[in-house]
Design a binder for this molecule. Sequence first.
Ligand SMILES: [Zn+2]
Length: 415
Amino acid sequence: MSALQILHRDPGSQARAGILRTGHGDVRTPAFVPLATKGTVKGLEPREVAALGYDMVLGNTFHLMLDPGPDLVEQFGGLHEFMRWSSPIITDSGGFQVFSMGHGTVADEIKGRAASGADRLGRVLSIDEDGVRFRSYVDGSEKYMAPETSMEVQAALGSDLALVFDECTPFNIDRDYTARSTERTHRWLNRCLSWHADHGPDGQLVYGIIQGGVHEDLRIESTLQVAARPVDGIAIGGSLGADKPQMYDVVGWATAALGDDARPRHLLGIGDVDDLIRGVELGIDTFDCAMPTRLGRHGVALVPDPGKRWRVDLTAARWKLSQEPIMEGCPCPSCESGFTRGYLRYLLRQRELTAVRLLTVHNLAFLARLMADLRGAIAAGTLAERAAALRAGALPRGAPTSVEPAELPELRRQP
Ligand SMILES: [Zn+2]
């Protein structure tokens, strides 16, 4: 039985709304998943993240493996206990980070990755069929990651959803390499599933990852390969293209090939407002991305302004005297408290941590309401109109913490 209970399907698209059941409670879908890369949503406490309407966060296997290490986290009772987050956690496999080192400094425009990835993350020493040897960015020591290593670390972390170890090929790599790499990713998928069947924690769901770069036949083949295996969920990873239209094509090939498959689907590393709307229409259930929290740390707030990519830079000089709120009509704690753009700009110039917290809260609240809005629209059968309005700059009006369709079965929460 699928961990995802689909409650509503949109007749005009592939969108679906439902509840993802995990060992630490339920996740309302479609959902955005904030990053808790190193065991915290930067600047916030877990209760604040939950209060914004989030059911799940994403921890990073690569970073947590290097520091503080899986053994230490396990001694604290697992990642939930260690970071004091009692709701669901998904952990990525570390594949993206490892291969970001190996494939050099390929900036992924769509995902907004920093071009200095290789320097920041350390160095790959070798990649072969067995796994990847690399130098730790933490202390320079030599480390090794194989499919089994990734699953073992995720088992120690005790995440609810584990992602299998895959090779993440960059956009500029040739088709031949992508084809061979995708086949290896499928062999690594088998090894991950085999390790998990013998040693994985009870109740931990395992997601396979679709690769195949920007090649339609490779993506479809990878989708069919992953779907044919006993995975609990399916993630779409790797390079999704050079621009948004190509990304929507790549995601669409995968979800079309999945058809009515009821298992949950996760889109890795995508979180722009227009991408979330399109992703939902394409049948994606969960998304993760550094965007809202990273923008917040850089003084950028999300606002309903499609012409400016839903962003406003509050460090700009034009806000010096502005007594406008971060966003007119926003019910988030930062805006409700009446903080002005002029004050935020001043705090940002002073590098005051309060500014980062206020903007992180606002940005996460914005996306939480967007996703609640989309969920509500799918349930009400009005997704087409609502998506068009949101794309045109409508205020997301979902109320993620309180109002949900009455027919939703009761959500399970961890005490
Ligand atoms: Zn706000």
